[in-house]
Design a protein around this ligand. Structure first.
Ligand code: SF4
Ligand code: SF4
Length: 465
């Protein structure tokens, strides 16, 4: 069986089996068994929705910690634009980067520069004649995994441009190795992440042979310390800071902003992304050039590992972006070079589908199973109450047909079965053995035969008294 790495994990001792996570999982990866949630690894896309919705904090994301910096000779932090959104708009980006460096990094680089390069590469890609449209963004690893698991037929739509964090990591590692004259492998490159899917993307990258990142550190885990380390008086000078075009990627619609006249569609929130993928699969969006899709509502600022409420951080980032535009910082200070664009491509590398929702490898068997699921579903109440441990009645019907659940797992079906059984027992309790059942005489052929054969004997017995 194929082994998958996942950042999202269950803390079993905290789980009370309340089904909340299973109801919100976009790939129906969770079932409640034995009173505890269980994640089907092949279906999980590390979107973190279950972390968001568990009222008991029984779901968590495994990321690295600042202690892991000790392993490497030189450490680089990659700051996402969503990190800037965690702070007041009046705290300069340069001060946030300086605070990050004080946490123990030798250098800090902006992912927003990777986003500027990705934007330029995307603009160029969209001008390529004959490409499969709509092109679907590959920036959000959870959205890409959703495609691989649920809509593998859309892989040919996937953009060949790497995620900004990979581009930024590639550049930072190469530059540092060259400047310091050390081996690239001795450098730790850490992404300060707003979501668990990025951690999974490091250990199980899609489209790239190996991630340029060493690991990820969750934004929420360092937020308090970082807040203390940010210099308030003197703002350190920084020769090159990213533009609003790159920083804007943290918000839904930010990636699409730099694409000029292209017809774009923006979907954010994993269920909306799933609905849009469905539309593409049905061929309904062929007139669209590009689809930006982000698992988290609002964009990366809504990631489950961020520290600040998404509406607050969205407002703060929008104000920061406005100030940047007012200062004339909408587009990159340094134009993106062709060599940088070349670094952004993962073209030619195979992306394998993971059709974990397939009912069977044999299409005929799969069709039969669909019929069985429909038949089973007719017997279920359709309430989607979740008390069976499956998120919906349809999911339970599928589990029954796949042999991992039973119809008696549904309390309503169980009640019906008990009632039928009780009725049967009542009926049985009124029945008499043939020798005593006079009512049956003459009513059925057996009784008829019996009356003809037995009654005279009975009369004889009576006479004999
Ligand atoms: S939401 Fe899921 S993980 Fe959290 S307590 Fe309920 S069943 Fe357990
Ligand atoms: S991370 Fe997302 S896909 Fe994985 S179990 Fe949680 S909700 Fe489901």
């Amino acid at each position: 069986m194929e082994k998958y790495y996942h950042s999202v994990r269950l803390l079993g001792e905290r789980c009370i089996g309340c089904v909340s996570c299973a109801r919100h999982c976009p790939t129906e990866a969770i079932r409640i068994r034995g009173g505890k949630a269980r994640i089907t690894e092949s279906r999980c896309i590390d979107c973190g929705e279950c972390i968001r919705y568990c009222p008991n904090h029984a779901k968590t994301a495994v990321t690295d910690s600042l202690d892991d910096l000790k392993i490497y000779r030189y450490n680089i932090a990659l700051a996402a634009p969503s990190l800037y959104a965690q702070f007041d708009k009046n705290i300069p980006v340069a001060a946030i980067l300086a605070g990050l460096q004080r946490l123990g990094f030798n250098k800090v680089a902006e992912v927003a520069r990777g986003a500027e390069i990705a934007t330029a590469a995307l603009r160029e890609h969209l001008r390529t004649p004959g490409i499969k449209r709509p092109v679907i963004s590959s920036a959000c690893p959870a959205a890409v995994r959703l495609m691989l698991v649920k809509f593998p037929e859309l892989i040919e739509h996937l953009s060949p441009i790497d995620a900004p964090v990979e581009i930024a990591a590639r550049i930072a590692r190469r530059e540092a190795a060259k400047t310091l004259g050390i081996r690239p492998e001795s450098i730790g490159v850490w992404f300060i992440t707003p979501c668990p899917a990025k951690m999974t993307a490091v250990l199980e990258p899609i489209g790239v042979m190996q991630s340029e990142l060493t690991g990820t550190i969750s934004m929420i885990s360092i937020y308090g310390e970082l807040l203390k380390e940010i210099p308030r008086d003197t703002v350190p000078a920084d020769s090159r800071l990213a533009s609003a075009e790159g920083v804007g990627w943290a918000l839904a619609g930010g990636e699409a902003t730099g694409l000029g006249d292209a017809k774009v569609l923006v979907a954010h929130g994993i269920r909306n992304v799933s609905n849009i993928f469905e539309q593409v699969a049905l061929g309904k969006l062929n007139d669209v050039d590009f689809i930006e899709c982000l698992s988290c509502a609002g964009g990366c600022i809504g990631g489950p590992l961020t520290a600040i409420n998404r509406f607050v951080s969205e407002n703060s980032l929008k104000q920061r972006l406005k100030a940047m535009r007012d200062r004339g910082e909408q587009t990159p200070a340094e134009p993106v070079a062709d060599a940088e664009i070349a670094l952004a491509l993962h073209e030619g590398r195979t992306i394998e589908p993971r059709p974990a929702l397939k009912l069977d490898n044999d299409i005929r068997v799969a069709m039969q199973k669909i019929e069985q699921i429909d038949e089973t579903l007719k017997r279920l109440p359709g309430l989607d109450c979740g008390s069976c441990g499956s998120p919906t009645c349809r999911a339970l019907a599928e589990d029954i047909v796949q042999g991992t659940a039973s119809e008696t797992d549904c309390v309503f079906r169980l009640r019906e079965m008990v009632r039928d059984l009780a009725e049967e027992m009542v009926n049985l309790s009124t029945m008499l053995p043939p020798s005593l059942n006079r009512e049956a005489v003459g009513k059925d052929p057996v009784g008829q035969i019996r009356s003809e054969r037995l009654l005279p004997d009975d009369k004889e017995k009576d006479k004999r008294g």
